[in-house]
Design a protein around this ligand. Structure first.
Ligand SMILES: [Zn+2]
Length: 220
């Protein structure tokens, strides 16, 4: 049985290996910026695809472990989920390549690291959240962080459980947080509060944004 933090550490190994693979490939590239960008548009998506299989499988295993621990009455087996992000990944890699055209390869390396980290960690969270929606015995999910930024700490605070199925997993470029499923047979504690749900939204009004910033600064 793997704990949430062990599974999170394993995910970090997967995303770290993916970042290393892409950044070291960049270091070996030569030719014009156009040629290097074309090569990155080839290499980065295929590395992301490879490691996404790993991160989604890790999440499905963790889901099944957690489910076994909670022992809900109905049978369900988690499946790895890798959503099609081909276009988004291509655009992100093209953005990461921009600094090559002004002779700043280190900046490209930094951007690639962000993109690859985010995109290889995403299937882990998508796997937990998608299976949670499909599984009749699931009650929600909680965010697993250790340290992290103010926003991540706030989103994970009190071990809050996100029960609303429309709640997104809010992640930033260097986010190392994961998700853990909780089941109706668990004594899972508190549901996420209004601020936690609000902070998980993709879009916020300027007013909500200001409220959130104030709340984070006052409490975290
Ligand atoms: Zn985070």
């Amino acid at each position: 049985m793997t704990t949430a933090l062990q599974s999170k550490a394993a995910l970090q190994l997967v995303t770290g290996a993916a970042v290393d693979a892409v950044v070291s490939a960049l270091g070996r590239l030569s030719g014009s910026p156009e040629q290097q960008r074309a090569a990155l548009l080839d290499i980065a998506p295929s590395v992301i695809g490879h490691y996404s299989d790993g991160s989604s499988a890790l999440a499905a295993d963790f889901y099944d472990d957690e489910r076994e621990r909670a022992a809900p009455p109905k049978l369900y087996i988690a499946e790895p989920v890798v959503l099609d992000r081909t276009e988004k990944i291509r655009r992100a890699v093209a953005w990461a390549s921009d600094p090559l055209f002004v002779g700043e390869p280190e900046k490209t390396a930094g951007r690639l690291a962000e993109v690859v980290n985010l995109e290889t960690a995403r299937p882990y969270r998508d796997t937990i959240l998608t299976n949670r929606r499909r599984d009749p015995s699931a009650a929600g999910w909680r965010r697993v962080t250790n340290g992290g930024c103010k926003l991540c700490r706030m989103l994970a605070d009190r071990g809050a459980v996100y029960i609303d199925t429309t709640a997104r997993f809010a992640a930033h470029a260097s986010c190392k947080c994961t998700a853990q499923p909780v089941f109706s047979s668990d004594d899972y504690g508190d549901e996420a509060n209004v601020m936690q749900y609000m902070a998980s939204k993709a879009r916020r009004s300027p007013q909500q944004q200001a409220t959130l910033r104030e709340y984070l600064n006052a409490n975290y």
